[in-house]
Write a protein that binds this ligand. Structure first.
Ligand code: ATP
Ligand code: AMO
Length: 471
């Protein structure tokens, strides 16, 4: 029986006859007796050739192989031979396949939206030049075109690596939390009312009435604490009906949320979230350096930096952050809140001064935070809340929560929320609930900023934004 193998293992198979399935990246005829095929499995490829030979490969077969559409899938049987020339690329095998049989498994119906070669270049790339410095035929593929033909775009080595890293972030999140006593929960995405003050909701019809898509698992994760689960997390979709056409907003994103009880101080939660991020960053650096390097070729980025060791992660209070901006010339009167532009500016200032792409801002003014946020007992204009940043953009928002139902109802009214409309949630606290806090992370933001992809759509396999519901 002929062994079925992976292209990535072909180098070790010299002299053997093997069988494998692959995509035809390109096929190129040389005369009418020979055809070169470039075969690919995900990010690995190998050169194969078909040569007319008695009782093996017919002339018709060579002609047919030369006509195979790029990206069709074939089953190949062949003998592994030493490559005639040394191969430079790590993803290209340094052997050649002498094809003895070829079967079409899945053909191409119509035209590809763009070639994989074109998609493998940055959308901003200049046309590549050949050995004589002459610009080569090259079509720049814009982001929108890529997203329309997303399935083909996702086949590039860069995107294969991006989504391996996305999966790794979820794995590392889960591993860290489950080894620290958290359990995973699954909260409903269909809701009778809003779940997050501030963000707008999508309304869907629900039998004879309406329902809303959850804007965060906020209420459910707090109620799980009231139900004595003590440490919970969720990885699930979050829906935001905000008409934000920016490089960092989606209308549906993947939320990595957690909630936990507090023993003495809300900084227990902040410290745990910080340790969680460090374990994600370390895990990526240790196990995914190849993938990070592949992405870096298409999206050049300075390596993501964070602080290790005794000094630890940089933690600023909101006031200190404002002072840094004021010192740099931003007018204090404009700094009631830190807008996106100032957020990025702060990121650059922090990087220059502290050499880190990752930091925390603590103690936000109460008026900037949702109703469920715990005021600072020492200064009620401030709150026990924090945001985390990567490369000067927010990736996490979190806080200690109010667990006293009277104060909670008062804060709801203050933000224009009718406590009656959230009775089930308020009741959870009327029946006793331990002090607690948590945070919510946007998975696509972490991925985008770690790899510096510059647009959140590149960090989502099939992104949803105000203008896109397809594919
Ligand atoms: P959070 O919801 O916790 O604040 P976020 O990062 O999504 O997280 P938003 O308040 O939605 O924050 O927006 C943050 C920044 O993004 C704001 O400073 C706002 O000016 C900017 N922003 C939001 N929507 C748009 C938009 N459509 N165009 C330009 N900027 C926007
Ligand atoms: P917040 O609304 O700040 O907080 O959301 C938490 C994190 O989710 C990400 N995020 C987004 N990602 C993509 N597109 C969007 N439109 C978008 N909006 C937010 C960001 C943000 O930091 N309930 C609180 C969390 C908590 O307190 O536990 C909440 O939802 O990375």
């Amino acid at each position: 029986k002929i062994p079925r193998v992976q292209i990535s293992c072909l180098s070790a198979r010299e002299g053997e006859t093997v069988l494998f399935r692959a995509r035809v990246q390109t096929s190129r005829a040389q005369g009418n007796r020979m055809v070169f095929l470039n075969l690919r499995q995900r990010s690995d490829s190998v050169q194969a050739l078909l040569v007319v030979a008695p009782e093996k490969v017919s002339k018709q077969m060579v002609k047919w192989a030369a006509s195979l559409g790029d990206e069709s899938i074939v089953l190949v049987q062949g003998i592994i031979k030493k490559s005639p020339e040394p191969i430079k690329s790590a993803s290209v095998q340094d052997v050649e396949v002498d094809v003895t049989q070829l079967h079409l498994i899945s053909g191409i119906d119509g035209r590809l939206p763009f070639t994989l070669d074109d998609a493998a270049r940055a959308d901003t790339d200049e046309a590549p030049v050949d050995a004589d410095g002459k610009p080569q035929q090259f079509n720049r593929v814009l982001l929108d075109t890529r997203l329309n033909g997303r399935v083909v775009d996702l086949r590039t080595p860069t995107n294969q690596a991006v989504f391996k890293i996305q999966s790794a972030i979820g794995d590392l999140f889960r591993q860290y939390l489950s080894s620290n006593g958290f359990i995973e929960i699954h909260s409903p995405k269909l809701q009778g009312a809003a779940t997050e003050s501030g963000a707008s909701v999508f309304k869907v019809s629900y039998f004879k009435g309406n329902a809303f898509l959850a804007q965060s698992p906020q209420l459910a994760k707090q109620m799980a604490i009231a139900a004595d689960f003590e440490r919970v997390y969720e990885i699930g979709p979050v829906f935001r009906a905000e008409d934000s056409n920016t490089p960092r907003h989606l209308t549906e994103f993947m939320g990595l949320d957690l909630e936990m009880t507090i023993e003495e101080h809300y900084h227990e939660v902040m410290e745990l979230l910080d340790a969680l991020f460090l374990s994600i960053f370390r895990g990526l650096r240790e196990k995914y350096s190849n993938e990070i390097a592949i992405v870096g070729k298409q999206f050049p980025a300075d390596e993501f930096k964070w602080r290790e060791g005794p000094e630890g992660t940089l933690k600023l209070t909101f006031r200190q952050a404002i002072d840094i901006l004021v010192e740099d010339g931003v007018a204090r009167e404009t700094l009631d809140d830190i807008n996106t532009e100032n957020e990025k500016r702060l990121g650059r200032l922090v990087k220059a001064k502290y050499d880190t792409d990752y930091f925390i801002i603590d103690k936000f003014p109460m008026e900037l935070r949702p109703f469920y946020t715990m005021p600072d007992p020492e200064d009620p204009t401030l709150s026990n809340s924090y945001d985390f940043f990567m490369r000067g953009e927010e990736i996490l928002s979190g806080a200690q929560r109010i667990h006293d139902p009277v104060l909670l109802a008062e804060k709801m009214r203050g933000k224009g929320v009718d406590p009656e409309s959230m009775k089930g949630y308020l009741d959870a606290f009327r029946m006793g609930c331990a002090p607690h806090g948590g945070g919510g992370i946007g998975l696509e933001r972490v991925l985008m900023l770690f790899l510096k992809l510059n647009n959140i759509r590149r960090a989502s396999m099939f992104p949803r934004d105000p203008k896109r519901l397809e594919p």
